[in-house]
Design a protein around this ligand. Structure first.
Ligand code: GLY
Length: 253
């Protein structure tokens, strides 16, 4: 099964939460066209698209990755760290239940945003310090470690989420933009990228990576490593501290 969960853009996108960036005007219609193009790439690469119904009252709901973390057939429904985002989880649960996933939950006082969770095989790095707290990490570890995961906590202070700072290539190399990374020494294999958006990839398969269009030097580095980058313009989501990973949840089994 290769299913991608996505969620359309709320008409209130421009009111989304900002933590590290200044608010800038957001063109919601352009954002919607960018979302269409993003989803089309997933579909073209063979992903079965499942839509979580949009929640108009939640400006950030398009960042569906924050509401659920998948691991080995288990869907961990998160408890987002920002109160405006907590209702986003409600519509996610029926969708992952329909996929046959076992449901687990992060509960108060734990908090977790899916954007803080970077899975590389059975190693799961979880960012602590922004939206995800230690209680959330402890609950998450208690769910996934019996399934074979090893959870490693890493600090996140400079950007919104761990995956705003680092993601990983198909060979497990962690890629990051140094000014956003608290401590790259925790990663056994780390490659510094020349552009902030160059640190964000969605693995579409063993050779194709989806990335933002504003990191051409990073795209060339990926080509030089034998990968095929597919670039999408997500400028309107970047203004809300989003990146390519936040716009979908990839379910592989
Ligand atoms: N604007 C995305 C977030 O703050 O969660």
């Amino acid at each position: 099964m290769t299913v991608a969960l996505v969620r359309r853009t709320s008409s209130r996108l421009a009111d989304g939460v900002l933590t590290h960036l200044e608010r800038r005007p957001v063109d919601v219609e352009l954002a919607r066209r960018q979302w269409d193009a993003y989803v089309e790439v997933l579909r073209d690469r063979g992903w079965d698209i499942r839509e979580v119904p949009v929640e108009e009252a939640c400006p950030d709901c398009v960042f569906v990755e924050d509401a659920v973390v998948m691991f080995k057939g288990v869907a961990v429904i998160t408890r987002p760290g920002d109160d405006t985002r907590k209702p986003e989880i409600l519509a996610v649960e029926p969708i992952v239940r329909d996929l046959g996933c076992r449901i687990e939950r992060i509960v108060a006082p734990g908090t977790m945003d899916g954007g803080d969770v970077l899975k590389i095989g059975d190693t799961i790095y979880v960012g602590r310090g922004g939206r995800t707290n230690q209680e959330g990490i402890d609950q998450f570890a208690a769910i996934v470690e019996p399934l074979g995961a090893r959870v490693i906590t890493v600090p996140v202070t400079k950007v919104l989420h761990l995956k705003s700072a680092v993601t990983a290539l198909p060979d497990g190399t962690v890629i990051g933009w140094d000014p956003a990374v608290d401590d790259s020494s925790v990663f056994p294999s780390y490659l510094a990228m020349p552009e902030e958006s160059g640190a964000h990839v969605v693995l579409l398969d063993d050779e194709h990576v989806l990335m933002a269009a504003d990191a051409p030097r990073s795209a060339q580095i990926f080509r030089d490593r034998g990968l095929i980058p597919i670039e999408v313009d997500i400028s309107e989501y970047i203004k809300l501290e989003g990146c390519v990973t936040c716009l979908s949840v990839r379910v592989r089994s």
